[in-house]
Design a binder for this molecule. Structure first.
Ligand code: AMP
Length: 213
């Protein structure tokens, strides 16, 4: 049983790695961003508020995020889970620890995908997401369809001003988690500037070293 976290700046490719780890290793990814995007389509007041926060690049309140995460964990169980985009601040680390302890579980490895800001910025323009299955693409020309047939769309927060807000949040609020998980001996730094297959192979190698002893 392995439980991992992908910790990374926006546009670092963590969603792509989550997808590969799902397809090839059987991990069950939980993206709090995806859970929130789904909740934001609801027509009630909470849905409307969420849509505004997501488009601005600000963080959603911890109680909403933990509520959606707990509900999702109830549905899928605790085996081989991969957390993508959670925790994002030190309070969420505590909330996660409490939640896992109540289920006699813990996190095994935290992968930190390290990518400098200039490279992240260069990825904004070409990023598309499948409206149907959520698969992420970097497009160079107008590719309109995902392999599943779904339409490729630009996320509401994939623009420079929203990226700047998300990156600032990441530096101030999320980066301290790198030191925290490093001090627990759980952090593995991965060079996220490589091709996606090389990033994946580095993650796989570290997973084997850490979890199959
Ligand atoms: P992501 O898909 O991980 O890039 O997240 C997209 C957006 O969802 C973020 O910019 C936040 O507004 C929100 N979000 C995702 N995960 C969290 C979280 N753990 N805590 C607060 N807000 C989150």
């Amino acid at each position: 049983m392995t439980r991992i976290i992908l910790l990374a700046p926006p546009l670092s490719g963590k969603g792509t790695q989550a997808q590969l780890l799902k397809e090839r290793c059987g991990f069950v990814p939980i993206s709090t961003g995806d859970l929130l995007r789904r909740a934001s389509t609801s027509l009630d007041e909470e849905g409307r508020q969420l849509a505004k926060i997501l488009a601005s690049g600000e963080l959603v309140s911890d109680d909403i995020v933990i509520r959606l995460l707990s509900a999702r964990l109830e549905e899928i169980g605790m085996e081989k889970i991969l957390l993508d985009g959670f925790p994002r601040n030190l309070h969420q680390v505590e909330l996660l620890d409490e939640l896992l302890q109540s289920k006699n579980a813990s996190i095994d490895v935290v992968f930190f995908l390290d990518v400098p800001k200039e490279i992240l910025l260069s990825r904004i323009e070409g990023r598309r997401v499948c409206a149907c299955c959520g698969k992420i693409y970097q497009v160079t020309k107008d590719e309109q369809r995902c392999t599943c047939g779904g339409e490729l769309i630009t996320r509401s927060d994939d623009n420079v001003s929203s990226f700047e807000a998300r990156y600032q949040q990441y530096l101030e609020i999320t980066m301290p988690l790198v030191s925290y998980y490093s001090s627990c001996g759980k952090l593995v730094r991965i060079d996220g500037c490589q091709e996606k297959e090389e990033v994946y192979q580095d993650i796989l190698k570290a997973l084997k070293e850490r979890c199959e002893q």
